[in-house]
Write a protein that binds this ligand. Sequence first.
Ligand code: SF4
Length: 146
Amino acid sequence: MTNWRLRGNCLDRDPELFFSTAAGDQARAKAVCTGCIVRLQCLRAADLEEAELVDHKMVNGVRGGLTGMERWARRFPEEHERILEQKRQSNERNKEAKRKAYANMTPEQKERDRASKAASNKRRRLDPKYQRAEAARLARRKMATA
Ligand code: SF4
């Protein structure tokens, strides 16, 4: 183990947190990296290791305060932008399809749809996973405005 690793904030943290793909966990892992005195060394080491990878491979896990996707996006900005654009277009198509489907519904179908969405949102808000993600989102927003 290289010496700088022994000085990382994550040394006594659960490694699962750093390799989780859940947004809430990733935000918590990144919060651990914030203020880590070896953050730059850590990020540089990740960059060097990942530069060796072939086929534009992406490595999961938060290192140096960035997720695997964020480090990948730094290495391949054009490819990342192309993927984001594809997602934007796909979202637009989905939204348009939903809008058309909703416009063709009868008033009774629209009422059932509204009730079903309200029930689903209520269930989601009671889900501990959603509550953790929401707490992480609020913490990120607070950090961004501090
Ligand atoms: S920057 Fe993050 S992942 Fe890297 S050593 Fe520090 S706490 Fe650990």
